[in-house]
Ligand binder design. Structure first.
Ligand code: HEM
Ligand SMILES: N[C@@H](CC(=O)c1ccccc1NC=O)C(=O)O
Length: 300
């Protein structure tokens, strides 16, 4: 009889087959030879520094829902940390003309953003009275002061010197945000790549003061149109353009869910960070990160 590769064979030390009479949770663990003794050995919680991570939820109010509020923000910050890691690497790859690894990382950034878009559903289970119980304890703190978020915005090209100020009192964070502010953005590196590939890009976009907000330019749209009109001649640049589109699309959705979630929870109250609240967040919906990538669609 030939043996089936999927049926566990007890002589090779696998778990008892499903429905095996006498199998107990304990006998299964023993048969699988799971490592159970971690005296002097690195385990799961050690490797992941879980004592630090799971010890960092410190509600200030007596409200039940503050745990949701804290966990939602902390998980968002962890995903932002990964986004920055991937974005920085992708920008480096593009600067070195290494497109396949850049694509891998940009696709991951878009997927993280999609996940963060869905994460709003969890926070939206919090009602206005539930948040009202927490809000007085937040003081003037606000997501506006998220230094990782500001680094992401800067890496994506939305440069604004005023956004450095909330970090002026903290040297390490300021240095991190300043570095992102001064460096060429993802889109800047894409345009430099187009120029290196012999596609005409204005000199003002190949070398410029990277701290200045990006200004859209008809000649840059022409450069992208060269790619999009003959994809087979510029296949990787065409793929790059579509990955930028995926990324900005996902980022727009995140911004949109932020505004709608904020409106359903605090209405039109002013933000703890000092802005008008929903009115400010709506203005941010008008930000376009990669303008020519969108404009060219009208001309194709
Ligand atoms: C009850 C939930 C939330 C409310 C009521 C809220 C409200 C606001 C408001 C009113 C602002 C404008 C700045 C201000 O004046 O405070 C803001 C900005 C911001 N919030 Fe939230 N927010 C919530 C949840 C979140 C979550 C879960 C995140 C994820 C990290 C987040 C990230 C941000 C960021 C990054 C900004 C700055 C946006 C920018 O400058 O474009 N917020 N939020
Ligand atoms: N700006 C919010 C407060 C807020 O959402 C918040 C406060 C502290 C830490 C993170 C926050 N989330 C995003 O802005 C408000 O006006 O209620």
């Amino acid at each position: 009889m030939t043996s089936c590769p999927f049926s566990p064979d007890s002589s090779s030390g696998g778990a008892p087959a499903d429905g095996d009479a006498g199998a107990t949770p304990e006998s299964i663990v023993a048969a699988e030879r799971a490592q159970l003794d971690f005296q002097g050995r690195m385990g799961y919680g050690d490797y992941l520094q879980l004592d630090a991570i799971l010890g960092a939820q410190k509600p200030l109010s007596p409200a039940h829902d503050e745990m949701l509020f804290i966990v939602q923000h902390q998980t968002s910050e962890l995903w932002m940390k990964l986004m920055l890691h991937e974005l920085g690497a992708a920008i480096g790859h593009i600067a070195q003309d290494e497109l396949p690894p850049a694509f891998k990382k940009l696709a991951r950034v878009s997927k993280i953003l999609e996940q963060l878009v869905h994460a709003w559903d969890v926070l939206a289970t919090m009602t206005p009275p539930e948040y009202t119980a927490i809000r007085p304890y937040l003081g003037q703190s606000s997501g506006f002061q998220s230094y990782q978020y500001r680094c992401i915005e800067f890496a994506l090209g939305n440069k604004n010197a005023a956004m450095l100020k909330p970090h002026a009192h903290h040297a390490d964070r300021l240095a991190q945000v300043q570095a992102a502010y001064q460096a060429p953005s993802l889109y800047d590196e894409c345009l430099r790549l187009l120029a290196r590939r012999g596609i005409s890009v204005p000199a003002s976009h190949v070398e410029r003061d990277w701290t200045q907000p990006y200004l859209s330019d008809a000649a840059v749209e022409q450069a992208w149109l060269t790619v999009y009109r003959q994809p087979e001649q510029h296949w990787d640049l065409y793929q790059l353009g579509e990955e930028l589109t995926d990324l900005e699309d996902a980022f727009r959705l995140w911004r949109f869910r932020h505004v709608t979630t904020v409106e359903r929870i605090i209405g039109f109250k002013r933000g703890t960070g000092g802005t008008g609240g929903v009115s400010y967040l709506r203005k941010m919906l008008d930000v376009v990160l990669f303008p020519e990538i969108w404009a060219l669609r009208t001309d194709l």
